[in-house]
Structure formats: C-alpha cells, structure tokens
Design a protein. Structure first.
Lengths: 715, 503
C-alpha cells in the first residue's frame, strides 16, 4: 500500500462535485461550450484516475494489489464505555469498487458526451442545469461505491436518489413529470426507511459484540462470518442480524426496483433519455445489488425470525433465498410487462427491472460475482439500448410510441446497429455479453439446487422461472426491434422527411458501447470452456478478494440454522459428515453447467424466432385493450393498488384534520374549555346583583352553612 | 466573567436606543436593530470559542457549567440572579443569536407599519429567550419563561394576519395555563429545599415516588404544551399562520425548543423516577405525534400551516429521543432541536420571501415558481432536504441518533421479550417516508408545474435575501457534515443528566 494512493479516492469523488459547482454557478452565463467542456471533463478525469488504478491492478502480480482505505476524519461520534458510535469519513477502493468505478465513470463519461449532443437544442440555462445535475449524480454515485461504511454509502444512496428526483422532473413544467420524480423519491424513501432501521440494528449488534460501532463493511462482514462459523451470537443477536439483513434487502428493493417497490422505475422514464440510460439503467439502480454484494458475508447466515404477535408461532425466513425468490419473480413479472408495452422507453424500463431481478436472483443464490458480472454487461448493453432509443426519439422529435415507428433501419443505420447488437446482448444470444453473465447467474441458481442434493425444489422453481424469463426477454427484444426498425414505416411523409440524424457527439458513445456490449462477456467465460477451463472467469477471479460471503451447502446451512435459531443440537451421522459438499462439487459442476446453458440457449432462440415471425415482417397489432392486455401492461396492477392506498391516506388525512384536529381537539376541547370557564363566570356573575338585600340573604345562608359544618365536625 | 449579563443586556440596550429614534426613519430603525443583534451574535461567538471543552494546565477538570455569574436578588426567599451556561445552553444560545440578525433582515421590507415597535419587540424577545437559556435559578427562569410570551404575544397580535387576535390570545392563554402548573411545582420544590438555586436543588432535592410523579406531570405539561406534543399542539398552527414571518421564524426555531430544553434541564434530572413512569406513555404520544403531525401536514392547503404541522411531527421525534433517556436518544434530541431550528427557520424565512412576492399563503395560487426564480427554488430544495433529513444535511444525524436511542430503549423491561422500544422506533421511523411526502408535494405544488399569471413574473433572490440564505444553507450543510464541535459540547452537558437518571 502506497501513501501516494491516498488522495486518489478523494480526487475521484471530488472531480464531479467540482464540475457540478462550476457548471451550476457559471454555466448559464458562460454558454454551452463551457458547460460541455467542464461537465464532460470532470467525470472523464475521474475515469482517468480509475483507469490508472486498474492498470496498476493489472500489472501487479496477482494477489498483491489489495486496494486501500482512507479515513478523512470523523463524521460523527458519541457515546462512552461499551456504547461508542464512531462514524468515519471512510473511503475504500478494493476490487469490487474498482470495477464499479470503471463502469460508473466509463459509461458515465460516454453518456455525458452523448448528452451534449442530445440536449443541444435547449437554452443555455437549461443545458447548464442538466449537465450540473448529471455531474452531481456522478459525484454521489462515486461516494456510494467508494464509501467504506454503511453511512457513507448511505450519503451516496440518498444523494443519487435526490439527483434522480431532480432529473426525472427535469422538465418540471409538465406536472406529470414532476409527479414522477416525486414518486421516485418517496417510493425509494420506503426502502430507505428500512435501510436506516437496518443500520441501527447493526449498530446495536456492534455495541453488543465489540462495544464500538463503526458500521464499516469490514466489521459487518466479520460479524456475518462470526455468525456463520463460530455461532457465538445469542438468540436476540441472531434475530437482529436477520432483521438487519432483511431491512437492507428492503432498501435494495427500493433502489434496485424489485417487487414490491419497482413501481417508480417505469414512471422515471419521464426524465430525458440520457438520464434513463445513466441513472435508471447503468448505475444508480444497481446500487442495491452492489450493497448486498458488499456485505455478502452478513447476508449468508441471515435468517429473519418473524414472531407472530400475541402468539407463540414464529416463521424462519432465510434472507438470501428470499432475495433470490423476489429477484426471480421480479424478472418474470417485469418481462411479461415489457412484452405488453408500446412506448419504446417503457419496454426498456421494464426490461431493466427484469434484468435487475436476474442480478438479485444471482445475489440470492450466492453467485455474487455472477451478479456483479451481469451488472457490468447490463450497464453496457442497456446504456447502449437507451442511448439508441434516445437517438431514435431525438430523430423523430420526441415520438416514443413504437406503433408510430417501423422501417427505420435504412434511415437510422447507427441506431439500428446499436439496437441490434444491444438487443442480442440483452436477449442472451450466444457469445454476446449478456449470454455469459445471464448464464452464470442461472447456473448459480441451478447449482444451489444440485448442492442441496436435489432436495430444495425452491431453487429448481426459481431456476425455471428465470429460464422462462429468458425466453420472454428474447421475445420482447425482437418485438421491440421489429416494431421500430423493420416492416413498413408508419410515419407520415412529412415526418419522414424531417428525420433528424444523430450527430457525432451522439454517435461516438453508441459505437464504443456497441463494442463492449458485444465483447464484454469474454471476461467471464464459463468453467466448461474448452482448453482454458476455470481460468476463463477473469471477473470472478478479480472480484473474489472483495466478496466475503461464502455459501455453505444447503445441509450445513439447515443444521447451522437449527443450532443458532432454535438453540437445538442436530446429530450428524459419520457418513453425512464425511461426504461433504465440496467433495461432490466437481462431479456435479460440469454436467449441470452445460445443461443449464443449453436449455437457456434453446429458449432464447425460441423467443427470438417467435419475435422475428410476429414482428419483423407483419405490422404490429394494436393492443386489444382487453383485460389481460391491461393487466400485463400495468405490471399486474401493483401500481394501481399503491395509488389507491395513497389516495386513501390523503382522504384520511383530510378527514383526520377536519374532524379530529379542528373539530375535536381545537374547537371542542381547547375552545370548549375556554367556553366552559366563560359559562362558569357568567353563572357566578348572576349572583353578583349588587342588591344589599340579596347579599344579606347570601351572608345569612353562608353563615348557617358554616355553623352547621362546624357543629357537625365538633360533635 | 460577566459575558452572560452582557449577552442578555445587549439586545435590551439596542431596544432602548431604538426607542429614541424618530419613528419614520424606518431604515435607521432596522439598521440599529440589525447592529444590536449582530453585536449580540459576535459576543455569543466569542463565548462559543471561550467555552472550555478540553482540560488545560490551569483548569484540569472541564467544568460543566461555565461563565457563572451571580448577583443578589431576593436573599430572603433564596432567589438570586444566577447565570451560567453548559453545552446545551450554549448551543441553543448560538442558535438564537445566529437567527436573530437573519430574521431582522428577513422582515426588512415586509414590516412597514410600526417598525420601531416591531424591532423593539424582536430585541426584547431575543433578550428574554437568551435569559431563559442562561438561568441557573428556578424563579428567575420562570420569570423569563413567562416574560418571553409578551413580545411574541404582541408580534402576532399587532403585526399578524387577518385572524391575529384570536390566534394570539389562544397562544398566550394556552401556554400560560401550562406554565402555571409548573409554577405550583416550582413552589413545592422551593418548600422542600428552601432555595431556588438550581445547582443546590440538583444536589439536595429528595422526593418520594408519588411526589416525583405529580411534580413531573406538572413540569411536563408546561413543556409538552411548548414543544408542542400531541394532543396539546392546536395552538401552534394558528399562531404560525397568523404570525408575521419574523414571528414564525422565532417561534419555530427557538421558542419551541424551550420545551425540549425544559425536559432536559428540569424534568429529567429533578424527577428521574417520575419520568420513568411517564416515559412509556409520553413515548406513545410522541410516536403518534410524528405520524399525526405528518398526516396533518399532508392535508393542508396553506403554506405556513403545512410547515407548522411539520414542526409538530419533527418535535415529537425530539420528545421521543428525550423520554428514552438513552445516550443516543438525548444526543439526537438536542441535535434535532438545532437542526429543526435551522431547517424550519429557513423554511419560514423562504415562505416569507414567497409571501412578499405573491401575498398569499394558499398553495393553489402557486405553481411554476422554479421558472422565474431558480435560485429561490434551489435554496428551498436544499432546505427541504435538510428538513427531511437527507444524510449530509443537519437533519440526518439527529433523526438517526433518536431512532437509534429509541431502538435501544426498553420502557418496560422484561427479560423474556425484546425491548419494546423497537416497536416505538419502527413506527416513529415512518416519519422518514411521510416527511418526504408532504415536503416534496409542497415543492411540487409551489415550484414545479407551469407558471401561470403572476407566478411567471416572480423576482428571484435579491442581494438581501442572498445574505440571509447563504449562511443558513452553509450551516445546514456544515452541521450535517462536521457536527463534531457541536456533539462534543453537548455530550459534556448531557453527562450529568444521564448520571442523575441512572441513580
């Protein structure tokens, strides 16, 4: 570890913030050229720093580059004795962060360049505002991935949420766009609420175990390893661990758009298309996956014990299998929704939700590096697809409805190739980038099934759901491609004449991303690759030092869980002990991987040919508007459910204000007590007539009463 | 050391000088009042840095209470003019003196009638509020506690909006009624101890269980009304809606903090056992307050009323942190008090600016302001972020610490079950979502959308408003990113409170 490295994380993070300040303060006066130069230069400089680190990693002997951490002082700390909270401004760059930084700054810089072309026809003020928001986003995203503890990560986590809010509602004049931004922030806040509670539980765990809480990833992972290996945690501490992991996962369902919180992402397409590419496809939405991989060791032993209130019943919910289940369901649900969309950006939005579901599935299956691998390839091909879609929308002056497109292949060749290559990568066509990463995830799930001696059918079901999602993905990809670029054009003559071809600033990023979308997968070749075998998985090799979570076999897991949660001993027979999971490993590995891969290739080809037959030659059929169409188009109606709920809350709050707050508390109780005292005083006033005779009577009555009282007590 | 009397007298001197100025020279009056408040602020800054946090060669043990000053007042009944500050007082004093010049600047062009009286009222208000934070004598404290109502009563009643009289009367009677219970309790304590000297009371006060319980109720009632805690909050929306911008700022930013201050300074250390009995119930009221205040804010169509209810929600969280009695809860509560002072003070200042431009508080009349006033919008959004506790702004640390303290808290210890405080924390945390909902909806209704009519020609921030908002925003971010100096000062102050509760 060299001392000279220590300013680097700081510099990498600070560059975009600098760009944000300069563009934000001076951009509107200084013009577009200035804004473009500064706002593209800032992330590009960060990229150069990151790239230099990557080169250093590449050229040091394997295993020697260990990354580094920098603490820039204390953020906040309090407490004494065995309860000291000490949160540092801790930044770290290890292998995982390095990869994330490469993706974020690399794809980010390309999208910045693209934006300069895409936003070229707005005013200087708007342009500067747009670019400075993008820079702010880059800064926050880099804080998120370089942060060394949960709270620094959380600064970035909420910071990117803020930028997402500002950028979705960038064209704030249109109320529905402002509303979409607001929705994104609030839905994410539901996840953040859980995230905060999760952090609090970890702090309490750290207090109990170490007497000092720093929330740093190292410590959190160490707690997970302790829980997994030595089982020194007591019952309540295991509960806290499970609950905290569940909370973090709920946080991830917000940011990474999983069931039940994915509803904001389709609406987020209200933002300009470069925003959708950068924030809502390539970087921000993957934060949830990154976070779970970051503290993977904490997730591995996590079991949430749900005690049903007022009863003795309790359910054990193992968190990682839950993550995989939710991921698979999301992947499938969003794919069915993508099939039913006619808005080109909505297809891509649901496709993103679906692909994030795959990543979650991989994370849940313990295939952490596979999930990060898919995160990377997805960043390439989905950014490519979004930028391509943006170029089409730009060319057609804002048209997003695919029913109005068709036959654009000849008119917009660059966009066509962007879509074609990106689409094949998304569909998982053999040898394209998405093929390798998706299959690594699917095999990771299948592997869990095999590792459980084929007893855990859940994993088989998750695997099958994932495979059917792959079929749907291939189908909607070619549906989109056919509707947009093939067949006869459905534009009017006038519109056709005014097609606005993308300029150099927009073409260049497309071309770079095309290359990566095609070849990006070769860094993670499967173990069954002839000749090189295991050595082909460069990305797994690179990430392995950063991934602390080590899966145990299903059987070990069950036994350990029973021990920890139920405090019961499990008797293991000698044979069971001898034949460990690792011995079986090699037998099952190869055959399973080939099977999984073959099956998915067949399904992908099936989906592609179906899409080809239905949409490449024939004009698309308009939605029948039937119930099933609407059901899928609205992503199974979850959003409708939420908006009903929110509507209810609003009506309820108005009622509560009118009846309870004003009616009961203010008017009845508070002002009522005032009226009561007035009434009493009036009552008393009635006696004060000022007439001497009346007063004499009162005195006489009073005197008699007093006398009577005195006599009573005296006797 | 006579810095504390100086601090309290400076605004009064300002008010005295103001009374000799000709009543038509509005700018001279404003200027003089500005100078007085700035000088006060400078004195408080000197005090902040002179306040000892680490042991030195001469004074090896850091005293909790510093700048002690004592004058004879009524020795026959054991009352004296005894002033002194600990970290808690110090920080609230800083908040008060920091906000006063900005408040004066904020009302520069909006108050044009009876300017002289207005500024005198403001300065007297400052003096009385500062005195409340400095008192180390129970009777003196009570005198200033009631005295500060008078300038506020006048500000709402004279410079307020259409229904000002009703609002100001409600405000005055409601808070004064609560305080009378406290007066009775103060006299009871005096009967027991024979003095009003706070430090003597801390050492010698010994109360039986029932005594603690009833006296705690009397004190808590006064403070709960001031905070205000659900369901004693209904005076607040009226007062805020009717008060002039300056009044709202002072009310929200400083005056409401008196409640929290009172809990920490008196109720907790005087009656630890009584508070322990009351805590579970007050905690429930606080949790209800967090959710209820937020729901109320969602239902509002009036800018100021919405922010008033958001205060109810935020300050309920402060009460929750205090009643937990945990270290994290108390630190968080004080931090949240400061953060709320900045963020809500900032919101009321910004609302004042909007009101000056559009002369309405109706949310329906707004929309699309972002187009014509982008910097005003930017300031409002930053302040909103501080208010909804985005990490990196001042709001987050307080909220996080309070929730942490609540999660650790066990109001009714039972070895067979998990601490009940976890449920409190779970429900209180819903403020995270609800707060974002009402604030962002407010932003959407005021700033986003298409600008129609007058909204299209709203002027952006002028120089004076830049001068107001820049330090506000800087402090919101500064306190959020570098809270160290604040936390270290208040931890020293909280130590004796926690110790008293443990015994």
């Amino acid at each position: 570890m060299e001392m000279t490295d220590h300013w680097l994380p700081f510099a990498i993070v600070m560059m975009p913030f600098l760009g944000f300040l300069i563009t934000g303060l001076f951009g509107r006066k200084a013009g577009k050229g200035f804004s473009s130069a500064v706002s593209v230069g800032a992330p590009a400089t960060s990229f150069v720093f990151v790239a230099s680190l990557y080169l250093r990693y590449l050229f040091t002997t394997q295993g020697e580059w260990a990354g580094f951490q920098t603490a820039l002082g204390t953020w906040f700390s309090f407490g004494s004795g065995a309860e000291v909270l000490d949160i540092q401004f801790l930044f770290q760059i290890d292998h995982l962060t390095l990869l994330m930084c490469l993706v974020v700054t690399g794809v980010g810089t390309l999208i910045h360049i693209y934006s300069c072309g895409y936003m070229s026809d707005v005013s200087d003020t708007r342009f500067a505002r747009f670019m400075c928001y993008l820079n702010l986003f880059m800064g926050m995203m880099l804080i998120l991935v370089t942060g060394g503890n949960m709270l620094i990560l959380f600064i970035g986590w909420e910071g990117v949420g803020l930028c997402s809010y500002l950028l979705i509602g960038f064209e704030y004049e249109e109320d529905w766009k402002a509303a979409a931004g607001m929705k994104a922030f609030i839905v994410n806040r539901v996840g953040d609420l859980a995230f905060i509670l999760g952090m609090i539980m970890v702090v309490i765990l750290e207090f109990q175990l170490n007497g000092r809480a720093s929330l740093s990833f190292d410590v959190i992972n160490a707690i997970g390893v302790q829980a997994q290996e030595t089982a020194i945690l007591n019952h309540d501490q295991m509960w806290l661990l499970g609950a905290a992991a569940l909370c973090f996962f709920i946080g991830a369902t917000g940011k990474s758009a999983q069931i039940p919180l994915f509803v904001w992402l389709p609406d987020a397409m209200a933002g300009p298309t470069p925003v959708s590419a950068l924030i809502h496809a390539a970087t921000m939405v993957t934060a949830g996956i990154y976070m779970i991989v970051r503290i993977s060791a904490f997730f591995v032993p996590a079991v949430f014990v749900f005690n049903v209130p007022f009863t003795d019943f309790s359910y054990d919910i193992a968190v990682l299998p839950l993550v995989a289940t939710v991921g698979a369901l999301t992947a499938f649900l969003a794919a069915t929704a993508a099939v039913a969309q006619t808005d080109i950006k909505k297809v891509l939005a649901y496709s993103t939700v679906s692909q994030l579901g795959y990543m979650m599935m991989g994370v849940g299956a313990g295939a952490f590096s596979a999930a990060v691998f898919h995160l990377m390839t997805h960043a390439f091909f989905k950014a490519l697809l979004f930028l391509g879609a943006g170029a089409v929308i730009h060319a057609l002056h804002g048209e997003q409805n695919m029913m109005r497109m068709g036959g654009l292949r000849k008119k917009l060749p660059v966009c066509f190739w962007a879509f074609m290559l990106g689409g094949l990568a998304l569909a998982g066509f053999p040898l394209f980038s998405g093929f390798f990463s998706k299959d690594m995830i699917l095999f990771g799930v299948y592997e869990r099934y095999l590792a459980s001696d084929k007893t855990q059918v859940t994993w088989l079901i998750i695997w099958l759901v994932g495979l059917s999602g792959a079929f749907l993905t291939a189908f909607y990809t070619f549906r989109m491609l056919g509707m947009t670029f093939f067949g006869k054009t459905r534009l009017t003559k006038d519109e056709e004449a005014h097609i606005h071809k993308p300029g150099a600033a927009m073409k260049f990023p497309l071309q770079v991303l095309m290359v990566f979308a095609v070849i990006g997968g070769f860094v993670g070749l499967p173990a069954v690759t002839p000749v090189i075998g295991n050595k082909g998985n460069k990305i797994g090799e690179m990430l392995s030092p950063s991934i602390k979570g080590k899966m145990e076999s299903e059987k070990d897991f069950q036994i350990a869980r029973t021990k920890r949660i139920r405090a019961e001993e499990v008797v293991e027979t000698e044979e069971e002990k001898a034949e460990s999971w690792h011995d079986k490993w090699h037998h099952i590995h190869h055959a399973g991987e080939i099977w999984s891969m073959l099956l998915s290739v067949v399904l992908v080809l099936l989906g592609l040919s179906l899409g080809y037959m239905k949409f490449f030659t024939k004009p698309p059929v308009a939605n029948s508007g039937g119930l099933s169409d609407e059901f899928f188009r609205n992503a199974w109606g979850l959003d409708l459910f939420y908006s009903t709920f929110v509507g209810f809350i609003l009506v309820f709050s108005v009622w509560l204000h009118r009846i309870i707050d004003v009616g009961l508390f203010d008017k009845s109780l508070v002002e009522g007590s005032g009226r009561l005292s007035l009434w009493i005083s009036e009552l008393v006033t009635a006696f004060q007539t000022g007439k001497v005779t009346r007063s004499a009577v009162y005195i006489a009555v009073g005197a008699i009463a007093l006398l009577a009282a005195a006599l009573t007590y005296a006797v | 050391m006579t810095i504390l009397p100086l601090l309290i007298i400076l605004p009064l001197i300002g008010a005295f000088i103001l009374s000799f100025l000709p009543r038509d020279d509005h700018d001279d009056i404003r200027g003089a009042s500005m100078v007085a408040s700035i000088v006060t602020f400078i004195v408080s800054v000197v005090m902040f840095f002179k306040f000892q946090t680490a042991p030195t060669a001469e004074i090896p043990e850091v005293p909790a209470i510093q700048f002690l000053t004592s004058y004879e007042w009524m020795p026959a009944i054991g009352a004296s003019i005894k002033l002194g500050v600990d970290g808690l007082s110090l920080l609230l004093i800083m908040l008060t003196t920091f906000l006063m010049p900005l408040t004066i600047l904020g009302s520069w062009s909006s108050v044009t009638k009876r300017t002289k009286e207005f500024h005198i009222a403001l300065l007297v208000l400052e003096a009385t509020m500062l005195a409340v934070f400095c008192c180390r004598d129970l009777l003196l404290f009570y005198v200033f506690w009631e005295a500060m109502l008078i300038p506020m009563f006048l500000m709402i009643g004279v410079w307020g909006s259409e229904n000002r009289i009703q609002a100001t009367v409600k405000f005055f009677i409601y808070t004064a009624a609560g305080s009378l219970m406290m007066l009775a309790a103060i006299l009871y304590i005096h009967n027991k101890v024979g003095t009003f000297d706070l430090d003597v009371i801390y050492k010698t006060l010994e109360l039986s269980g029932p005594e603690q319980y009833w006296l705690a109720i009397a004190f808590c009632l006064a403070f709960a009304i001031k905070v205000p805690l659900f369901p004693l909050h209904t005076w607040l929306p009226h007062a805020h809606v009717q008060a002039p911008a300056a009044g709202s700022v002072q009310l929200a930013a400083v005056m409401l903090k008196m409640g929290g201050y009172g809990f920490l300074r008196f109720a907790l250390p005087f009656f630890p056992e009584g508070m322990e009995i009351l805590a579970p119930g007050m905690g429930i009221l606080a949790v209800i307050g967090v959710i209820y205040g937020a729901l109320m804010a969602l239902a509002q169509n009036d800018l100021k009323r919405l922010i008033a209810y958001s205060s109810v929600s935020h300050l309920a969280l402060v009460v929750l942190g205090i009643v937990t009695g945990t270290h994290a809860g108390l630190v968080g509560a004080v931090f949240q008090m400061l953060a709320h002072g900045l963020s809500t003070g900032g919101l009321f200042l910004l609302v004042g600016m909007l009101y000056e431009r559009r002369h309405t508080r109706e949310l329906k009349a707004y929309g699309g302001i972002a187009k014509s006033a982008p910097w005003l919008t930017a300031m409002f959004i930053i302040t909103t972020m501080a208010s909804i506790a985005v990490p990196g702004t001042c709001g987050f640390i307080g909220e996080f610490s309070i929730l942490l303290g609540t999660f650790q808290w066990d109001p009714i210890p039972d070895p067979n079950s998990a601490p009940l405080g976890r449920y409190y924390a779970l429900f209180a945390a819903s403020g995270v979502v609800l707060g974002a909902s009402y604030m962002l909806w407010l932003v959407r209704r005021v700033f986003w959308g298409e600008a129609k009519g007058e909204n299209a020609e709203v002027a952006d921030l002028n120089l004076r408003e830049w001068v107001i908002m820049t330090p506000m925003v800087a402090l919101m971010l500064g306190l959020g990113l570098f809270p160290g100096p604040v936390i270290s000062r208040l931890e020293v102050a909280l130590e004796p409170i926690i110790k008293a509760m443990g015994s």
